[in-house]
Ligand binder design. Structure first.
Ligand code: 5GP
Length: 287
């Protein structure tokens, strides 16, 4: 008989972070870099653990160059040619990979099988339609809390993948225990994002689409195979110029969250996070 799990499961929008006593005097005192030694490969990583998603619209070489300046990295999409890769990977030797799950037992299974970092998220993405097409998913905040607990118990690490729509969501993902946060939509529409600027009713926009949308599948696989449904959508996002502004906005927000809860380092954020369940995140009267 199918089982109904009646435990409360939450999304980023369902909570706020409770401010705590803080001795930090300035956001500049906050250290956002983290150092991890991975359980299985024993490789070491140091940087600000925000990753641009491996989508062909945002996971570009151009994006990687700017992100690297800020000690962050880009999961580069897989559709560059070998020649394009050779040209780029002389100067920029970095990358990371794993697979998407949302439950503690799958996280444990993957870590025990040799994975270092597990990507967490089914259906939260801004251009994802998995929940509509399949009915499958898991509210992202709860997925991160539960999967981080399982991973950390085995000295593994997780990436919260998808569903961050504003800097506050990125802070909530770290507060929930994510070691890394992967972002697609927030990095769409910039100079460093792929695609041309299009004029639409006097406004500049850029195309952004899911990697299993019709658009992506037509571009890379000649169409959607008969046995599957497209699980992504295509949208036009306002053109936002240089990605540098968005990066600084995210990092500034994250530093501010850390000062509100008294975390001098990003590493301390989840230990100092108490989420409050809310019915309204912010005042929408002028939005
Ligand atoms: P965002 O930051 O835009 O909310 O989410 C980015 C994440 O959405 C990606 O890292 C990836 O996991 C997921 N994603 C990207 N394209 C698709 C798609 O076409 N379908 C689904 N289900 N997920 C997608």
């Amino acid at each position: 008989m199918p089982r109904v799990d009646a435990d409360l499961k939450l999304d980023f929008k369902d909570v706020l972070v409770r401010p705590k006593r803080s001795s930090l005097k300035s956001r500049a005192e906050v250290d956002l870099k983290r150092t991890f030694t991975f359980r299985n490969s024993k490789q070491t990583y140091t940087g600000i653990p925000i990753i641009v998603a491996n989508m062909d619209t945002v996971g570009t070489f151009e994006m990687a160059v700017v992100m690297a300046k800020h000690a962050m990295f880009t999961a580069i999409h897989k559709h560059y040619s070998l020649e394009e890769w050779k040209l780029f990977a002389a100067n920029h030797p970095e990358c990371l990979e794993a697979g998407n799950v949302v439950t503690g037992e799958m996280v444990e299974e993957l870590i025990i099988s040799g994975a270092d970092i597990i990507k967490v998220g089914i259906g939260p993405g801004s251009v994802c339609t998995t929940r509509i097409k399949t009915g499958v998913g898991y509210p992202q905040l709860s997925a991160v809390i539960e999967c981080a607990d399982s991973a950390h118990g085995l000295k593994g690490h997780i990436i919260s993948d998808g569903g961050c729509n504003c800097p506050g969501d990125v802070a909530k993902a770290f507060g929930a225990g994510a070691d890394f946060v992967m972002i697609g939509g927030m990095f769409a529409g910039h100079d460093q994002s792929a695609g041309d600027i299009i004029e639409r009713n006097g406004k500049k926009v850029k195309l952004f689409y899911g990697m299993s949308s019709d658009t992506a599948m037509k571009k890379h696989a000649g169409g959607v195979a008969e046995y599957r449904a497209s699980e992504g959508k295509t949208v036009e996002v306002p053109y936002k110029g240089d990605v540098e502004h968005t990066i600084l906005d995210i990092l500034g927000g994250l530093r501010s969250t850390c000062t509100y809860v008294g975390a001098a380092k990003l590493k301390e954020l989840s230990k100092r996070t108490t989420f409050i369940r809310v019915t309204q995140q912010y005042n929408e009267v002028f939005s």
